[in-house]
Design a protein around this ligand. Structure first.
Ligand code: FMN
Length: 383
């Protein structure tokens, strides 16, 4: 019975399945509550929200679901200032590069915003998150301070960090983080590395899982390129205690991805995915489209995060309204060709192979290290 993993035991969930958090407004209360209702862990990305908005989302989530859910934040990267300084010349060049698209959408060119409009204050976000006290705090791009982690421990909040290498996984474990998401480069959204430039850390999911499994004792959640039951079984056979799935949930109608984005994820004859800094200023994976192709021509005109993210966000709102998938960020992982389901209930049923109410059918999972002390000895010697 391998739904009985270190992950499901800790969180008291029927299935070792996490709906990956989506930042930038693509998470939704109905997505989280539908995943929770089907026995998975729903997650809500709040990195783009201010403190009062985080509190409101938490109230909305609690009104919609009694099950545990995760709130997710981005940790400020230590190698970037919180508000990277850009010159007016840089801003003008970036806007000029996108001007043909603004013109096509009949949009005025935006004025340069204040930093506070593009980047909510992390310290206030953290305070709000601790006050909201979700069952799970998941995060990417680093490790929260020891003080924050110890407050999570006092409050009984389970912490889940993301690693793109075994080394990052060990750093998270050594800091006292409870679980680690081993995030392969197949994954949709941002490459969440925090120890080196992400272009240097592109290990794929199915190479990464067993390396992270060997490197740490805490539960490992596999993310990237998993979209059906074969991927779930493969990840667990390689040592994962759970899986985190993004793209396949984003394609469900309960998510907050706009109509053109969801249609693109379901489209036959997809253009495939690419890694680009064009959408946001940070390296991320999405579907190739005019925007990624155009911005690849002039990487020097891409602003650092969060400026580029804000700029393409203006374009995106108009592109959604005008049904123009060619002019917006279409975040997606490499398993997009496996997207089949429009509804969370159907996706969860196909992932698990059964309704969670039927106890007789279970995943073929991998025993956790807790069940195998010899593995623990071996892993300890690797550290
Ligand atoms: C649109 C989009 C936004 C995402 N935003 C976040 C985020 O804010 N925080 C986070 O931890 N992961 C984020 N992710 C990563 C997902 O939670 C998940 O780990 C990833 O999508 C798994 O890979 P897959 O897309 O191949 O299933 C995002 C992914 C996508 C596609």
């Amino acid at each position: 019975m391998h739904t009985d993993t270190a992950f499901t035991r800790r969180l008291g969930l029927p299935w070792p399945i996490v709906q990956g958090p989506f930042g930038g407004g693509l998470s939704s209360v109905s997505l989280v509550s539908a995943v929770n209702a089907a026995g998975g862990l729903g997650s809500f990305g709040v990195h783009h929200l201010h403190a009062d908005q985080i509190m409101q989302v938490t109230r909305d989530l609690r009104a919609a679901t009694a099950a545990p859910f995760a709130l997710n934040l981005w940790i400020p990267l230590h190698d970037e200032a919180e508000h990277p300084v850009i010159s007016d010349t840089q801003w003008d060049r970036a806007v000029r590069r996108l001007q043909p698209f603004f013109d096509e959408l009949k949009l005025d060119l935006p004025a340069r915003p204040k930093p506070s409009a593009v980047w909510p204050a992390y310290t206030q976000q953290i305070e709000a998150l601790l006050e909201a006290r979700p069952a799970v705090f998941s995060f990417v791009f680093g490790i929260p301070s020891p003080a924050i982690l110890s407050r999570c421990q006092q409050l009984g909040i389970v912490t889940i960090g993301a690693a793109t290498t075994p080394h990052e996984a060990r750093l998270l474990e050594d800091a006292g983080v409870d679980m680690v998401v081993a995030t392969g480069s197949d994954a949709g959204g941002h490459r969440v590395s925090f120890t080196d430039t992400p272009e240097n850390l592109l290990t794929g999911t199915f190479s990464l899982i067993p390396q992270v499994r060997d490197a740490v004792r805490i539960p490992v959640i596999a993310a990237g390129g998993i979209a059906d039951t074969r991927g779930v079984k493969a990840a667990m056979a390689l040592g994962a205690d759970a899986v985190q799935i993004g793209t396949a949930f984003l394609a469900c109608e309960e998510s907050n991805a706009g109509r053109p984005h969801q249609a693109a994820l379901h489209a036959p004859g997809l253009p495939g995915t690419t890694l680009t800094r064009g959408f946001s200023g940070r390296l991320s994976r999405g579907l190739r489209n005019r925007l990624t192709i155009e911005l690849a021509q002039a990487p020097e005109d891409i602003l650092p995060y969060p400026w580029q993210n804000w700029l393409t966000g203006v374009l995106k709102r108009a592109a959604i309204a005008q049904d123009r998938a060619d002019l917006m960020s279409l975040w997606s992982g490499q398993a997009v060709g496996l997207v089949r389901h429009q509804r969370v209930a159907d996706l969860m049923q196909s992932l698990t192979g059964e309704s969670p109410n039927r106890p007789d059918i279970h995943f073929v999972g991998h025993p956790t290290t807790r069940d195998y002390p010899t593995d623990i000895t071996r892993q300890a010697s690797l550290r």
